[in-house]
Design a protein around this ligand. Structure first.
Ligand code: NAD
Length: 290
């Protein structure tokens, strides 16, 4: 397929490279102008979109997505598809889908989980909102960039699934870090806590796959000095998106709200920016009560 790709950052560059590897013809544009092997550089987002059957976007947030959508939609042909893989507000995804529909262009919101490792390995999971036919058309692209694509319903539902998942992730990571910090103070070894909890009812992905305690469980960013991985500020971004969506929908999410507040403190006042989101453990362990 002929693909336009806008946003060749940490995630976008390896995703575009996987599309090239799968035999697609990719024209790419990024404001910062990185070079990706096999991707034809375009002079603007609109130029990358010209003649493309699908335009993939992988951008930092909703405001930039709105801007890029307004730039690319006029140069896309009727029947082409805008496939946005960024994590943005549910409302932004729905607005952009409506704008595309008015121009006779298909649109999917397809945020991902799996991080930069999954993007490079082509094992991302896509959570997709939008039209079934557009989902079917984009299937070969999901296969090239990921291991799994789940159709979640109408426009915006991919973003809804993503923020619900990441709200659970933020909360379970904080709970797991708190439990390790408590175990330390109670004189319970981290190994013993891991051995018990990983096979008991407190277990979660945050403990067994991405253990925040170094030297325990499978290898994780904790074993690499908390180099991200998934940066704490990206977790904060997703928790804020969840709170924004909850407010708009009138949902009560007290744990998500507390998790957002804790990550805000960690990122903005406690040196968490640029560290993995599991680095909350050394912060809490050292801080103690008080
Ligand atoms: P990034 O900052 O590395 O990449 C974003 C790219 O967009 C940058 O290269 C930037 O130059 C480019 N850009 C910004 N404005 C632009 C414009 N107007 N036109 C063209 N290019 C523009 O971010 P990333 O880590 O690749 O994340 C991208 C998206 O994926 C985000 O929405 C993020 O929340 C989501 N995400 C990231 C991860 C992760 O682990 N990094 C995991 C899942 C989802």
């Amino acid at each position: 397929m002929r693909i336009g790709f806008v946003g060749l950052g940490n995630m976008g560059a390896p995703m575009a490279a996987n599309l090239v590897r799968a035999g697609h013809e990719v024209a790419g544009f990024d404001l910062a102008g990185p070079w990706v092997e096999g991707v034809t550089p375009a002079g603007s987002a609109a130029a990358a979109a010209e003649g493309a059957e699908v335009v993939v976007t992988m951008l930092p947030g909703g405001a930039i997505l709105r801007e890029v959508a307004s730039a690319v939609l006029p140069s896309m042909g009727r029947g082409a598809i805008l496939l946005d893989c960024s994590t943005v507000e549910v409302a932004a995804a729905r607005e952009v889908a409506a704008q595309a529909a008015a121009a006779g262009i298909g649109c999917l919101d397809a945020p991902v989980s799996g991080g930069t490792g999954g993007a490079a390995a082509g094992t991302l999971t896509f959570m997709v909102g939008g039209d079934e036919d557009a989902f079917a058309t984009c299937r070969p692209l999901f296969d090239a960039m990921g291991a799994r694509a789940v159709h979640c319903g109408a426009a915006g539902n991919g973003q809804a699934a993503k923020i619900c998942n990441n709200m659970i992730l933020g909360v379970t990571m904080l709970a797991t870090c708190e439990a390790f910090a408590l175990a330390d103070r109670l004189g319970l070894s981290r190994e013993a806590m891991f051995d018990v909890v990983s096979t008991s009812s407190g277990q979660s992905w945050s403990l067994t796959t991405y253990c925040p305690a170094p030297g325990i469980g499978p290898s994780s960013p904790a074993d690499d000095g908390y180099r991200p991985g998934f940066a704490a500020e990206l977790m904060l971004k997703d928790l804020r998106l969840a709170q924004q969506a909850a407010e708009g929908a009138g949902a009560d999410t007290p744990m998500g709200q507390r998790a957002a507040a804790l990550y805000e403190t960690f990122v903005e006042r406690e040196g968490g920016r640029g560290r993995d989101f599991s680095a909350v453990l050394p912060w809490l362990a050292e801080r103690g009560r008080g």
